[in-house]
Design a protein around this ligand. Structure first.
Ligand code: URA
Length: 241
């Protein structure tokens, strides 16, 4: 008796991960657009979803059913570490799942908005690694109404006690409100940038991470990312692909 080859059929795994119908996934493989561990895959190939790295057009496909990534709209006052030594409520407490998820990056306790939680270490690494420069967009309500010159200085880069900030995208959609997009992850960066121009932040909300945004999620609510969103996020975190 011959042993069955180990693993699951690639087209089935890809279809299960939401890449497309089984037929579409077969075509992707036949067209040479799918790699397994950096080798172009052939139809009939079997994979182990927990250990093989599968890419479609160079972008990692999230095929491992044990991996989970969710987004939370963090309310004010919740801590964005996995555990808090002072017993305060954390982002992990708000996301009621069986998997052990941890936050991707940080938001200050007094900052609101989108934060990802995952058990996918590779994804978390790519999203937070400074060399990948994933954009984060914030809406900052500030004291007073910054002048055009002040807005321009935020845009160009501003001297903070840990060095100059990289150029940022900054606009002022209404008086006292700034839309700031940065790709660095320094501690309290947006608050310190606004302090430096003399317009301290009174409310800070993160509204976008890379390509990812969600206007429907109320503070305290969370949801799983779907395969298309994971794929987009992967593209934002993967330079030169
Ligand atoms: N910048 C800040 O000042 N705080 C945050 O939580 C995130 C970015």
């Amino acid at each position: 008796m011959t042993d069955l080859p180990a693993g699951q059929r690639l087209q089935k795994v890809l279809a299960h991960a939401g890449v497309g119908s089984r037929r579409v996934c077969e075509d992707l493989i036949a067209d040479g657009r799918v790699t397994v561990n950096d080798e172009v895959a052939e139809l009939g190939r079997r994979v182990d979803p927990e250990s093989d790295v599968v890419r479609v057009d160079g972008v990692i496909a999230h095929i491992d059913p044990t991996r989970r990534t969710v987004v939370l709209n963090k309310p004010v006052g919740v801590i964005s570490t996995a555990q808090d030594t002072h017993g305060r409520q954390t982002v992990v407490d708000l996301v009621d799942v069986a998997e052990r998820l941890y936050p991707v990056g940080r938001l200050d306790a007094d900052t609101e908005g989108l934060i990802l939680l995952t058990n996918d270490g590779a994804l978390a690494h790519r999203l937070t690694h400074p060399s990948h420069g994933v954009e984060k967009e914030y809406l900052a309500s500030v004291d007073g109404n910054p002048s055009r010159l002040a807005v321009r200085s935020l845009r160009d880069g501003i001297e903070l006690d840990d060095g100059m900030t990289a150029p940022a995208k900054v606009s002022s959609p209404s008086p006292g409100l700034l839309r700031i997009t940065i790709h660095e992850g320094r501690n309290r960066q947006v608050r310190r940038m606004c302090d430096a121009i003399g317009h301290p932040v009174t409310r800070l909300v993160r509204v976008r991470i890379g390509s990812f945004t969600d206007r429907q999620l109320a503070p305290g609510e969370w949801r799983d990312l779907d395969p298309a969103e994971l794929d987009q996020l992967e593209r934002s975190a993967t330079p030169d692909r």
